[in-house]
Design a protein around this ligand. Structure first.
Ligand code: GTQ
Length: 345
């Protein structure tokens, strides 16, 4: 593509006059905003080791009482976006949250969607619109846009979980805000429908928009068992399951997609380059992840992110199966007609 004229090629006086009138010439920036063939992402391949995060999070627990933090979180920030912007990718926010025994993170609701993936510790819970969701290792808990949620802890060891939010996108859209509140009443969940049965209600009335979230907690034991069962049937990988809305079969949230991937002992999974950036978090086992020219050895509770159109290999050379939680930008990109997958270079 043709090299275009630069800003320096214009007379300073002309550029100053444009600036005074809030005008900008397009051509010096055209190749930046419309780069040829593929985007130039700010998102850099980055990895965060849990053994680095945990002591700093525990220290945060000593430095800042929960009443002064509301949410005691260390944000996993991508240097390519500027740490202060608190983004893992342009759409995905990641944070590691610590709740100490008997602590309580008060109820609030906000426009960004969130999920929690439990990393360590027992007997904490998240209450979502009155529904108390126990938190155990590997469980996924949804706190969708606009729904009240709070976190509590009845156990006697620290609990740590990974927060994933679509905050960067919602903030960019100037649509991010929170409402704070009081304690929510806990309602019984005994009569909640059990969608694990493989049945869903037939809708006799089609609503313009289905805003309902029929399932808030996806236990890890169920997801893991399904992966193991599929692995026994499928000699050829990759073995991956998506967290879906059981009523519709669609992605469980509207902006970020969530799935679990099993990389069997000795297996290599090669991902085709895709337009959506991705996040990988190790639930069990260990894996080497190659993201373009970068290599990271990931162990349990480690997290990494990969930019759009990266060549990604997941290599499990250990003798234990590895289970990986994945978050990606595919749902929002598909809704906007922006999603694509390419062949490996
Ligand atoms: O637990 O509600 O990491 O509101 C960032 C914002 C967690 C939460 C975060 C939040 C929360």
């Amino acid at each position: 593509m043709e090299q275009l004229a630069r800003l320096e090629d214009l007379p300073t006086e002309y550029v100053d006059t444009l600036t005074q009138k809030n005008l900008v010439p397009l051509w010096p920036s055209l190749r930046n905003v419309l780069p040829p063939v593929k985007p130039i992402p700010n998102t850099q391949a980055t990895a965060w080791k849990f053994k680095d995060i945990k002591p700093l999070l525990i220290e945060a627990g000593e430095l800042t009482p929960i009443e002064k933090a509301e949410r005691r979180v260390l944000v996993l920030a991508n240097p390519g976006h500027g740490l202060e912007n608190m983004r893992a990718t342009s759409v995905i926010y990641l944070g590691m949250q610590l709740l100490l025994p008997k602590e309580w993170a008060p109820a609030h609701r906000h426009t960004p969607n969130a999920v929690r993936l439990i990393v360590e510790g027992e007997k904490a819970y998240t209450t979502v619109e009155g529904q108390k969701c126990p938190m155990s290792h590997g469980d996924l808990i949804l706190t969708p846009s606009g729904l009240w949620h709070e976190h509590g802890h009845d156990g006697d060891e620290p609990v740590i979980w990974l927060d994933v939010l679509d905050l960067p996108l919602v903030y960019y859209m100037e649509a991010s805000f929170v409402e704070g509140g009081e304690c929510q009443p806990v309602v019984s969940t005994a009569d909640k429908p059990n969608y694990a049965a493989g049945l869903a209600p037939v809708k006799h009335f089609v609503r313009a928009e289905n805003n309902s979230y029929p399932m808030m907690r996806y236990p890890w034991s169920d997801a893991k068992q399904l992966l193991i069962d599929l692995a026994q049937k499928d000699a050829e990988g990759p073995i991956q399951v998506a967290y879906v809305n059981p009523e519709t079969g669609e992605d469980c949230q509207k902006i970020i997609g969530y799935s679990a991937l099993m990389v069997r002992a000795g297996e290599t999974v090669r991902f085709s380059p895709r337009s959506a950036a991705q996040v990988f978090h190790i639930i069990e086992g260990q894996v080497q992840i190659n993201i373009d020219d970068k290599q990271y050895d990931l162990e349990k509770a480690d997290t990494a992110c990969a930019p759009c159109f990266a060549n990604i290999d997941l290599i499990n050379s250990s003798n234990q199966d590895c289970f990986i939680f994945i978050a990606d930008e595919a749902p929002i990109q598909k809704k906007l007609g922006l999603y694509s997958v390419r062949d490996r270079a």
